[in-house]
Design a protein around this ligand. Structure first.
Ligand code: 13P
Length: 251
């Protein structure tokens, strides 16, 4: 069994000084546990100061997105080498807010994953269906396409470095998490698809659930052997709830 992985996606929240305060609070509330890996993804501008506070702790630094080129005339973008130099280990790629608000395509996701791996960083690749797609019975098809197009052309030895996060769009920020049964079913489907299409080891592939994970529902989600951890939005902006979810993941 793979160790559980808890990732806090701070999205567009917290100034630099607010980020520093939250990290200090998290470090106070949090107990390191060998069976749980933890990462936090603050905004780009806070990465450097958060990295300084995390140094010497077991919490890893993650970025919320990346550009697919290593450098060049791409105004406003941030490259993998920049994120690596500031201390990131993980990069969240293809979050639904980037897909649906900022127009990222599966092809963009594919280029970003390749750039991330090329720079020895580890992608956390988000997939998930919208409500109308679920209601039309298209969940599996949507996720297969996101994975197929997102992972195309990536060498097998690199595919093992990818964490997948299943985040149904209808569950994000709504307080209406997927049920354990719904998440378990889709995670199993993702696992089988990755094995069938790409030869990825089903036992070691890490698949996180994201979408309204809270202190209240985390325990039930973690009871499913298909759910290897969580990608957390709202509940990670509070040190107590983030710490509690980490604790639940350790049990
Ligand atoms: P919430 O936990 O706020 O629903 O956000 C989930 C998410 O999008 C994490 O990436």
């Amino acid at each position: 069994m793979t160790s559980r992985f808890i990732v806090g996606n701070w999205k567009m929240h917290k100034t630099v000084s607010e980020s520093e305060t939250l990290v200090r609070e998290i470090l106070t509330a949090y107990c390191a546990h060998p069976s749980v890996e933890v990462a936090i993804a603050p905004s780009f501008v806070a990465l450097q100061s958060v990295a300084a506070l995390l140094r010497g702790t077991s919490i890893h630094l993650a970025a919320q997105t990346v550009y697919q080129e290593d450098e060049g005339a791409f105004t406003g973008e941030i490259s993998p080498p920049m994120l690596k130099a500031v201390g990131c280990r993980y990069i969240i790629i293809g979050h639904s807010e980037r897909r649906h608000i900022l127009g990222e395509t599966n092809q963009d996701v594919n280029l970003k994953i390749k750039a991330t791996l090329r720079n020895q960083l580890q992608p956390i690749v988000c997939v998930g269906e919208r409500l109308e797609e679920r209601e039309a019975g298209l969940t599996t098809q949507v996720i297969h396409t996101q994975l197929q197009e997102g992972l195309t052309g990536i060498p097998i030895q690199d595919l093992g470095k990818i964490t997948v996060a299943y985040e149904p769009v209808w569950a994000i920020g709504t307080g209406k998490a997927a049920t354990v049964e719904q998440a378990t079913e889709v995670h199993g489907e993702i696992r089988r698809f990755l094995h069938r299409q790409f030869g990825i080891d089903s036992q070691t592939q890490r698949i996180l659930y994201g979408g309204s994970v809270s202190m209240e529902n985390a325990n039930a989600l973690f009871e499913s052997p298909e759910i290897n951890g969580a990608l957390i939005g709202k509940a990670c902006l509070n040190a107590e709830s983030f710490g509690k979810i980490i604790l639940l993941a350790s049990q």
